[in-house]
Structure formats: structure tokens, C-alpha cells
Write a new protein. Structure first.
Length: 338
């Protein structure tokens, strides 16, 4: 069974992934910003104790037991946040299953960050699973909750449902046609955040953006889901219109995507940044049926295993920056020939 990030889902030519994130805190323990070392350890011990009762094949793993490459590989898969990985308090852990579509961060900004991930646009199924896990945890832990405000969280913008739903979208055609800024402005005007792939403060990489809800208080989980689905579908529509426009200039489009493909196939060394930019064009060419040599699985593998940490995981050894650039070129050829 392929892990979710190697699979293709609904509208995955534009929507790379869907994520449901639920923030929760334990009632009798201070928020993370006020926690002592003993408080952090209390959270860890409580969650570790109940882990076998949660189910879903979840394993309890401490970040302090992981090497840096493993932690970076989890960031690249969007399973943990960059801030969570660099914290040196040795009180962070995750609950994660074999398929890696469920990952619960422990002692991040909140005591618990429940995450469910899926390929493509799959808000409804991901939401149902996230709520199911949340309800199970609620029977095992006493959540911090207010009858007036809802679930209490460290950040005021998460109070209420404590839920953030996000979709990761690749908007290569909108970027190439120069319409991306207009779309970003419209999304923001509808009460949604649109940011780089690693969330707030990050830039778009490879024309990939993260769309998520701003509001969490005074709105139900289903309303959040419905609103985000509508906005994401509008973005898909605009990206596909932009692709139709690009297809009118057939020679220029084919030249662009095959130049990108040609560099990837023939290069002897390549940086992660250049590779990411070229893969954006190559994915567009594959989705439009221009590049026949690739399929969705190969594109997904190329996107994942050319990233610095997952490249090192793929080859099974630690590499310096120059060695990664050389090995990345080799791995690209291997994946394409599979």
C-alpha cells in the first residue's frame, strides 16, 4: 500500500493534498507557553499511556530519539512543523501510523495537534477520520473547554473548533499567465489564508500554495469544510482555465515543459531549488498529457525523493550539499526509468 503522499486523489492535478488539523489542550495542565519541564513530561506520559487505547496503528515516537535527517524528512512530508522539529527541549513526540496519514504532534504550540492527511481534494473523508480520532481522545483525556468559547487553544485564532483545514494547490498555469496575484487577493477577500507550503511566513515553492480557513470561532467544523471546499474548487477552476489558455500557444508550452524535462533527465548535478522549479513545469506537462514518459506516481516520487532529507533517506546515507546535488541527478534518472 502506497503512503498517501505517493498516491493520486481527486483533482490531484491541481490539489496535491488535504490536511485536517485539530488543536487540543489537556484541562489541568497549563498551555505550552506556560508549561514547566514537569508539565511537558506530564503531557508526554499521559499521551504515551493512552496510546495503545487510541488504535489506528499509532506509534509513540519521541523527537529526541530521531536524527536530524529523519526530523527534516517529516517536515518535507508536512507531517510536523519546522518550529516543532528545531525545539531542543526534548519534550516533543508524535503519534504516527504506518501509512503516515495520521500524525499527532505532542507539545507543539498546543498539547495536541491532531492531523489527518490525504492526497488530492478529500476534505470530507479526512474530516470524518479526524473527528473520529478526536472523539476517541476526548474519552481518554479531559480537554480544556469553555461553554462560551468552545475548545481553548494557545493561539486565540484557533479558539472554538480548534480546527484548521487546508489544501495544498499547485498553481503553475496561473503563475505563468500572470494571474496568480489576482487569485490570491480573491481568496484572501473570502476569509481564507493562502500561504507558502510551510504555512505562515513561508514563501511559495514550485508554485505551490496552502489554502486554509481563518475563522475557527462561531462556526462549525462542517461549515469550515464546506467553505474551504468551495474556495478550493474555484481555485481549481481558475487554474484549469489558465491551462487551457496556455494550450493555445502549443509550441511554446511544449517547448517549456520538455526543456524542463530534458534538464532533469540529462543533468549530472542539480540543486533542490532548481529541481523544484523544473518539476513544477514537468508536472504541468504530465497532467496535460504532453509528457508521455511520466505518470502521477513517478511525479510524486520525484517531488518527494529529490527533497534534501528524503533524498538521503532514499539512498540510505548522509550526504553533504554537493553530494546531494550529484545524487539527486542520479535518483531522478532511476525514478524515471522505473
Amino acid at each position: 500500500m502506497l503512503n498517501w503522499y505517493l498516491q493520486s486523489g481527486k483533482d490531484s492535478d491541481v490539489v496535491l493534498s488535504t490536511r485536517i488539523r485539530i488543536a487540543r489542550n489537556i484541562a489541568d495542565i497549563p498551555f505550552v507557553s506556560k508549561c514547566t519541564k514537569n508539565d511537558f513530561l506530564n503531557v508526554l506520559n499521559r499521551v504515551q499511556d493512552i496510546a495503545p487505547s487510541i488504535g489506528y496503528g499509532l506509534k509513540f515516537l519521541k523527537l529526541s530519539d530521531m536524527d536530524e535527517i529523519t526530523k527534516l524528512s517529516l517536515i518535507e512530508k508536512h507531517l510536523i512543523s519546522p518550529e516543532f522539529a528545531i525545539d531542543k527541549n526534548n519534550v516533543e513526540a508524535i503519534l504516527i501510523n504506518e501509512e503516515e496519514n495520521i500524525c499527532i504532534m505532542i507539545n507543539e504550540e498546543d498539547h495536541l495537534r491532531i492531523q489527518v492527511l490525504a492526497s488530492g481534494l478529500d476534505i470530507e473523508n479526512a474530516l470524518n477520520l479526524a473527528i473520529e480520532i478526536d472523539k476517541k481522545l476526548e474519552t481518554l483525556l479531559n480537554y480544556a473547554y469553555s461553554d462560551k468559547y468552545g475548545f481553548l487553544t494557545a493561539c486565540p485564532t484557533n479558539v472554538g473548533t480548534g480546527m484548521r483545514i487546508s489544501t495544498m494547490v499547485q498553481l503553475t498555469a496561473l503563475t505563468l499567465t500572470g494571474n496568480i496575484r489576482k487569485v490570491l487577493e480573491v481568496v484572501n477577500s473570502f476569509g481564507m489564508n493562502i500561504r507558502g507550503i510551510y504555512g505562515e511566513g513561508s514563501e511559495s515553492q514550485g508554485n505551490i500554495y496552502q489554502v486554509s480557513n481563518k475563522q475557527s470561532l462561531g462556526i462549525s467544523e462542517q461549515e469550515i469544510a464546506n467553505n474551504l471546499k468551495v474556495i478550493t474548487e474555484k481555485i481549481i477552476e481558475q487554474e484549469k482555465l489558465a491551462r487551457k489558455y496556455l494550450c493555445k500557444e502549443e509550441v511554446e508550452l511544449e517547448d517549456r515543459v520538455y526543456r524542463a524535462y530534458g534538464i532533469l533527465v540529462n543533468c549530472k548535478k542539480i540543486s533542490a531549488d532548481e529541481c523544484r522549479k523544473l518539476l513544477s513545469d514537468v508536472k504541468l506537462g504530465t497532467d496535460l498529457g504532453i509528457i508521455q514518459e511520466l505518470n502521477d506516481l513517478k511525479v510524486n516520487k520525484l517531488n518527494l525523493y529529490t527533497k534534501p532529507a528524503n533524498l538521503q533517506k532514499y539512498v540510505g546515507k548522509k550526504l553533504d550539499s554537493y553530494e546531494r546535488d550529484l545524487k539527486r541527478a542520479e535518483v531522478i534518472k532511476q525514478i524515471i526509468k522505473e
